[in-house]
Ligand binder design. Structure first.
Ligand code: KG4
Ligand code: ZN
Length: 344
């Protein structure tokens, strides 16, 4: 191993509303992962306010880097590579992490890796198993994306399917808002769904038999709105439990069925799931059952790495380095609309 790859890699993630910093070694092993959550800051608005998010990244990032170095008992001298999320996300948020990371890289004279946030999610199921990424089909479900991806290796990704409208997490959050649940709606719906009757409301499974690998969740969201409007106000606890359970069951069934079809078509026998929605217990159970029934290997991002974090950015950078991908020039721009296809 050459000297430049022997130290630690420092990664910064500020694509949306979480300020996150992580350190990993040259094998991608996470040494520390810290997140300063802005959920409480945005909760009163029912969604992320970009101006507030970037201002808060600016305030929080420097102390978070300092406390990460302290937790890892690492000095600046032990940092030999820097990574930052360059997109997709909010441009004013991305800029804070990106420019900070570039300034550190320039100051230390070490390589900089510009990382696609979605590649971070995509590779996150492998954080605890090392840098050899097997061929597999991935389901990436977050607040902004719903993707089925054929992964042939690091940087070699083929999008098999995506959403035509809302992302799965977005649908969870919008229905959560309709139900006046705290923001973000995903984890709240998941909690309320636990004791509910998932068969009480017959919500649509849009595009489940469309013959392709794409998704649509806006019809489901509209069906939820009409159903809520017809129920007596205020909603009883039973209604809330049953609505959440029925909605969650519809999302989980579509995601699982589409994953099943895509994997069968691909001929792969290895699946991975990641992204904030992959934290959902019902989805995890359903994917586990699918893998058992089909005798496929399944790797799921561990819950702490499902929602936004910098460990996944550090790991993706380490995986790119390990796979021989060149560092990024310091004039690499952020791209709020970066896709997996254009990041390799
Ligand atoms: O990956 P992520 O942190 O951010 C994006 O890159 O978008 O995903 C956030 C999304 C939100 O929509 C949130 O409601 C959803 O993940 N989420 C969940 C759960 N935990 C987070 N959705 C359903 N069930 C959960 N337990
Ligand atoms: Zn994310």
């Amino acid at each position: 191993m050459d000297k430049s790859s022997a130290g630690l890699l420092l990664a910064i993630e500020t694509s949306c509303d979480e300020t996150a910093v992580a350190l990993c070694d040259s094998q991608g092993r996470i040494v520390c992962s810290q997140i300063a959550s802005q959920i409480a800051l945005h909760a009163p608005y029912g969604g992320v306010v970009p101006e507030l998010a970037s201002r808060n990244h600016n305030i929080v990032l420097k102390p978070l880097i300092a406390s990460s170095l302290e937790e890892a008992k690492a000095s600046w001298g032990s940092i030999t590579a820097i990574a930052a999320t360059s997109g997709p996300g909010l441009s004013s948020s991305l800029l804070i992490g990106d420019t900070t990371a570039k300034a550190i890289a320039a100051g230390l004279g070490c390589p900089f890796f510009s990382i696609n946030h979605m590649e971070g999610h995509l590779l996150s199921p492998f954080i605890e198993s090392g840098l050899e990424i097997p061929r597999h089909v991935a389901l990436v479900v977050s607040g902004g994306h719903t993707l089925l991806v054929q992964v042939n290796g690091v940087g070699d990704y083929k999008i098999l399917g995506t959403t035509k409208d809302d992302a799965a997490g977005e649908a969870f959050d919008k229905v959560g808002k309709m139900l006046e649940l705290p923001y973000p709606g995903g984890p709240e719906i998941s909690k309320w769904a636990e004791n509910g009757d998932e068969e009480r409301f017959d919500f649509p499974r849009s595009m489940i038999d469309s013959g392709d690998h794409d998704f649509s969740f806006s019809g489901l969201k509209t069906a939820a709105r009409y159903t809520i409007e017809k129920l007596p106000e205020p909603l009883s606890e039973t209604d809330l439990h049953d609505l959440c359970a029925s909605f969650e069951a519809a999302v989980v069934e579509v995601l699982t069925k589409k994953l099943d079809t895509a994997v069968q078509e691909s001929g792969e026998e290895f699946i991975a799931i990641s992204g904030g929605v992959s934290c959902n217990t019902a989805l995890r159970r359903s994917c586990q059952k699918l893998a058992e029934d089909r005798n496929w290997r399944l790797q799921m991002a561990s819950p702490e790495f499902t929602t936004d974090n910098a460990a996944m950015i550090a790991f993706a950078a380490a995986a790119r380095r390990y796979a021989g991908v060149a560092e990024s020039p310091l004039n690499t721009d952020i791209d709020p609309n970066l896709t997996l296809g254009n990041s390799a």
